[in-house]
Design a protein around this ligand. Structure first.
Ligand code: NDP
Length: 305
């Protein structure tokens, strides 16, 4: 039986592994479909402390993996389909394998919601992004669109005005669902324009870089083109928790419920990273919660013994 299995190989899971491995728990990571997590999808990370010149997201993740391996972390490529409680621990189903463990850290992350257009795939990372905090600084004085009408869209639009005064929020409805205070901040900001009742039907460019979008009016169905250099999608995130339903408590948005010590509703099961955090979703906060979860596991196993 394993002492600790960590689900997810993003920065939360790998940080948990570094701490757990150094505490001689010889953790096993089940990497998930996207090895290295969301940071492997970004370009330069400029806000991770300790890298004054920035670091490429994929390089940061490779370094974290090497660091976890250095102290004895083992990796299995795969996805956990089912988790159930057994005597003294848990049983995980990974493909045709079964893994038994005394404790679990769930760090399966959340995935940004995308529009699902073929042209979106083409321009991802070339003008289309799902994270203004990560990529906003690359759009100084550029024309940018923020898609969505929730708090994230308001926050991202406001954030982008640090870099450019050509910010437009494009929303499919005629009113925002964002909190009043966030809406007011946007409506009062002269650098932000709003386009109501519009959705993107196509991303346009020269194949290498985005330079315009096709917008459809949701009331009249009329389509027009709009020039822009960047599009930030802020249409929500989906936590990767579907396999956990019925096993552990989730909140109303299906995020994993955890207390401030990273304990979930099931004893011996801990949480880390975006799977339990819809508010911050930053690399550094995910790493921090991974560290906390690993320290809690060490304490839990020590007390159990
Ligand atoms: P939300 O689910 O609140 O909002 C998503 C927005 O995207 C909605 O306006 C929705 O439109 C729109 N949308 C969804 N799908 C599509 C689509 N296919 N095409 C076009 N538009 C689409 O997500 P957020 O990420 O904004 O917020 C998530 C949670 O995080 C919230 O609880 C929020 O309060 C919180 N948060 C808090 C912050 C803060 O307090 N500082 C900052 C950021 C987030 P429609 O309205 O028509 O459904």
């Amino acid at each position: 039986m394993e002492k600790l299995v960590i689900l997810g190989s993003g920065i939360a899971g790998l940080t948990a592994a570094i701490y757990a491995a150094r505490a001689e728990l010889t953790p096993l990571i089940i990497s998930g479909m996207e090895e290295g997590g969301q940071l492997t999808q970004t370009t330069e990370v400029e806000n991770f402390p300790g890298f004054p010149n920035g670091i490429m997201g994929p390089v940061l993740m490779q370094n974290c993996k090497k660091q976890a391996e250095r102290f004895g972390t083992r990796f299995v490529y795969g996805v956990v389909e089912k988790i159930e409680r057994i005597k003294d621990g848990f049983k995980l189903k990974v493909g045709d394998k079964e893994i038994k463990t005394k404790s679990v850290i769930i760090a399966t992350g959340a995935s940004a919601r995308w529009l699902g257009l073929p042209s979106e795939q083409k321009y991802k990372g070339r003008g289309v992004s799902s994270c203004a905090t990560c990529d906003g600084a690359f759009y100084k004085n550029k024309e940018v669109l923020i898609i969505g009408g929730g708090d994230a869209a308001m926050e991202e639009a406001h954030f982008m005005t640090k870099f450019t005064d050509k910010v437009t929020i494009v929303h499919r409805g005629s009113e925002f669902r964002a909190s009043k205070i966030m809406q007011e901040r946007v409506l009062e900001n002269k650098k932000i324009k709003i386009l109501w009742n519009k959705t993107i039907t196509e991303f346009l460019g020269d194949g290498k870089k985005l330079n315009a979008v096709k917008l459809q009016d949701t009331k009249t169905n009329k389509i027009n083109e709009m020039k822009c250099d960047g599009v930030f999608l802020a249409i929500g995130h989906i936590p990767n928790t579907s396999f956990l339903k019925g096993f552990v408590d989730l909140d109303e948005k299906e995020y994993l419920k955890a207390d401030r010590f990273m304990h979930t509703s099931v004893e011996g099961v801990f949480a880390a990273g975006d799977v339990q955090d819809y508010r911050y979703r930053q690399a550094i906060s995910a790493a921090g919660s991974g560290c906390m979860a690993a320290i809690e596991v060490e304490k839990y196993l020590r007390e159990k013994k």
